[in-house]
Every structure is written in C-alpha cells, then in structure tokens.
Design a protein. Sequence first.
Length: 235
Amino acid sequence: MVAHPHAAEPIELVLLDVGGPIYDDAAYRDALLRAVRELAAEDGRPAVEEAEFRRVYDERRQAQGGSLRTAVAERFLTAADRQRLSDRAEGYWEYPASALHADVLPALRELAERYTLAVVANQRAVVVEALRRDGVAEHIDIWAISEVVGAEKPAPAIFEHALREAGVDPGRAVHVGNRLDTDVRGAQRVGLRTVWVLRGEAPPEPTAEQLAEPDAAIRTLTELPAALARLRGEG
C-alpha cells in the first residue's frame, strides 16, 4: 500500500458503501439480468443466457472501471438502451433481509462506539427503508444517498456532502467500499483514506496493482475495526 499523506492521523468518521459491504450485490446483478432478459424479449432479440451475462458481469468486476449497465446494454441490446435498461432494473432492485451480510451488525455496533458513521452510496432513496428494517440505520449518523444528494460516486460532491454534514476534515475520514473506480479512487480524490472490501462487485481475482490502490483491503467487515486501528497507527 502507498503511504497516505494523513497516515496515523486520528479517524473520526467512517463512510460506508451499501452494495457489497452491507448487502450482497447479487440483488442488483439479478435485477439487471431480469431487466435485460425482458427488454431483449420485447425487442425480439435472442434470449439472454445467464452464463453469458455472468461473463460480462465478471469482466466488469475484474476491470474495476466502466459501467456494468453500459456493457450489458451493448452486449445484449444496443448502447442507446442503457438508460432504458437502467430504469427497468431499478424497478426490481430491492434488498431482501436475507441479503444483509451476517458480519454487518456486529461490526457496526463495535464501530459506533468509536466513530461517527456515514452511508455514502449510489442508491435510490428507498434503500434507507431496507436499512431501517434490518437494524443498520440506527447505527448511522450521516446519510449521503445519491438520489437525495444529487451526485453519484466517484463525484467529489457526494463525499463532500457527508464530510460537511459530519463537520470532519477529509484527513480524519475513511471510506469503506467494494469498487476501485467509484469508491477507492473517488474517495482518494477528496483526500480520504480508503478500505477496499473484496466482495460483491470487487474483482474475482484482484491483482497486486489493484490491491496497492487502497490503504487497506479486507474480505469481511469483521476485519474492519482492526484495519482502522492500523490506519490510526495502532497496529
């Protein structure tokens, strides 16, 4: 990992992505598959095979760059159908209670004793209802949901909104997400430290170069408290 200019500074604020770190990303993947299958059928196109869809999905995960929706639209529909595909998929994109990772609530209970916690996510506003239902919201102090803020990661504005609401400087904040392009690189541009969670839309086989980008990489949120302690210079 490259030494961060704010290494060993106190950490006051922990920002968390939703899809991947908190909920299983399969919910969005399955919504996108259902949507592209419907649109292909409506347009009289060949049936979308799940194996081929998964291949496109995993290619985007491995690349950690470029839009999954664009790639799926270009492969199975047309590039012009990206928004149509996105709109249809959003109608099916919901997180059931079973999508909550088992390590989330224990980690949040531990983190909430020490840090201000924020959610920074490219999501519809309704995701907050799922987070309330599943006991996550009670641990969250600051909300930065893209549909509400009017900006999506990796845009600086969504991170800056959370920092402003918390009254915390970027050097005293850490963003936790599972994508390099939107989460790690977006947060780093604002001056935050980063923890990369290797699940969901993280690559199937992260490369050494990819692993060098964040300040820390973990596979479960159980590892997050210790990772943050290391970033504070305590381990």
